[in-house]
Design a protein around this ligand. Structure first.
Ligand code: HEM
Length: 407
């Protein structure tokens, strides 16, 4: 239990640290990777370069510190992060290392302003925050291991099939190499995939949503190849998977994780909206809804540039053909002449509110969406403008998660 004095110090220093937030976390990562280069096996180097991870960590620490006297307020956020940590393999023994580096970073950046008293208060507060994470994650490891066919760390999977789904998206059907059972998962969850790319010093880990429904003898991920552009480096892992991983090769997976899941107890209409490769968790949800013979009305909306990059279209159409209460809509913002001739889409351009209100039967529905960040911001804005209740809006970011509320 923290003393009132410690709590006061923490609360009064949060705004100061927030001002230096990213400088502190950047310094923190320099210190961390210099002292513990082995952790570079675990962190996503691309997220580091873009600074997204630094911001995510800084925001999480300050949010926790602000609520240090009522940590139950941040439990939903802790759970979400803990899912990611568990899927990556973060362990209790990593926390003191992170704590020590964070304090040193605070000291380095604040200089004399970081008095012994302030550092002592932060050390105590970090210990309490870290414990909440450690306990939540310990429970998640236990659950992952105790499930039928479950496992705690990484497990070898063989690529049973590799299927091209569009010009940029390819699916990998993965079966456990040990021939054992596969645990069930919630539609919308992801797995971490760990790869050893020849010539690279460190392993790389990425999260991919499972793109099929649960209950199959395989897990399927559908990966977008991130090509190189003049202003953007290519995706190391996605290109490795597309170009070098083939049938019979082995990938290492951690057990399914993630909080962006279909609420199966909900009986109201459901609206699944995706942009680009963001359709993967939503196809898993659609598959679950149709295979469980749910009678919930489902509106499935997918936005893509055109048919050449529209993945899993025939599979989604096949799923919908089995259930009369499922409506499908395709929005293309760069349709080709062939797309026009084939009447391959329902809307040209971006989703807008009048159109959404036209195709979605009611705003009293559960909305799930996923896609690139600008797309997510647009969909979120439309739902808010329409007056959809906050608790009915569910979304997932690619990479370090964020909040659309704060936008
Ligand atoms: C990701 C917070 C401790 C390793 C994250 C994210 C947050 C976060 C907010 C982003 C989550 C997301 O993308 O959904 C924290 C806090 C910690 C803590 C508040 C301490 C109280 C640790 C420790 C380790 C660790 C001890 C292990 C050394 C990671 C890794 C990622 C991550 C590898 C993924 C980052 C990436 O994409 O590169 N953490 N974390 N974290 N965390 Fe932590």
């Amino acid at each position: 239990m923290l003393s009132k004095q410690t709590i006061d110090i923490i609360k009064s220093t949060v705004p100061v640290l927030e001002v230096h937030g990213t400088t502190i976390t950047k310094r923190f990562y320099q210190l961390l990777f210099t002292a513990h280069p082995e952790l570079l096996h675990m962190f996503n180097h691309a997220n580091q370069t873009k600074g997204r991870q630094q911001t995510a960590l800084a925001n999480a620490v300050y949010a926790a510190a602000l609520h240090i006297d009522k940590l139950e307020m941040i439990l939903p956020a802790v759970k979400q992060i803990a899912h990611k940590h568990r899927s990556l393999g973060v362990k209790a023994e990593h926390y003191p290392i992170v704590g020590q580096m964070l304090l040193t970073a605070i000291k380095d950046v604040l200089g004399d302003a970081a008095t012994e008293e302030i550092l002592g208060a932060w050390a105590e507060a970090y210990g309490i925050i870290a414990n909440v994470f450690i306990e939540t994650e310990a429970e998640m490891y236990k659950q992952a291991e105790q499930q039928n066919g479950g496992w705690a760390d990484y497990r070898a999977f063989r690529v049973e099939r590799k299927v091209r789904e569009s010009d940029v998206i390819t699916s990998f059907y993965l079966v456990p190499e040990d021939g054992g059972a596969l645990p069930a998962f919630e539609p919308g969850q992801y797995v971490s995939v760990k790869v050893h790319i020849p010539g690279e010093t460190y392993t790389h880990i990425r999260q991919y949503s499972l793109s099929g429904g649960p209950g199959k003898p395989y897990y399927r991920i559908s990966v977008k190849r991130e090509d190189e552009f003049p202003n953007r480096p290519g995706g190391k892992v996605s290109r490795y998977l597309h170009e070098q991983i083939n049938q019979a090769d082995v990938l290492w997976l951690s057990a399914p994780a993630g909080h962006f899941t279909l609420d199966r107890m909900d009986t109201r209409p459901v609206v699944l909206i995706s942009g680009g490769v963001g359709l993967t968790p939503l196809v898993s949800m659609l598959s679950t809804l149709t295979e469980s013979h749910s009678d919930r009305p489902v509106t499935f909306i997918h936005a893509a540039q055109n048919a050449s990059v529209h993945a899993l279209r025939s599979e989604v159409e096949e799923l919908a053909s089995r259930a009369s209460q499922v409506s499908l809509y395709w929005c293309y913002d760069k349709p080709t002449e062939d797309d026009r001739a084939a009447q391959a889409f329902h809307k040209e351009g971006y989703i807008d509110l009048p159109w959404l209100q036209d195709v979605v039967p009611t705003k009293d529905a559960s909305f799930y969406f996923c896609g690139p960040e600008p797309f997510m911001r647009m969909v979120f804005g439309l739902l808010k403008e329409w007056g959809v209740a906050s608790e009915d809006i569910h979304y997932e970011f690619f990479g370090p998660s964020g909040s659309l509320e704060a936008a």
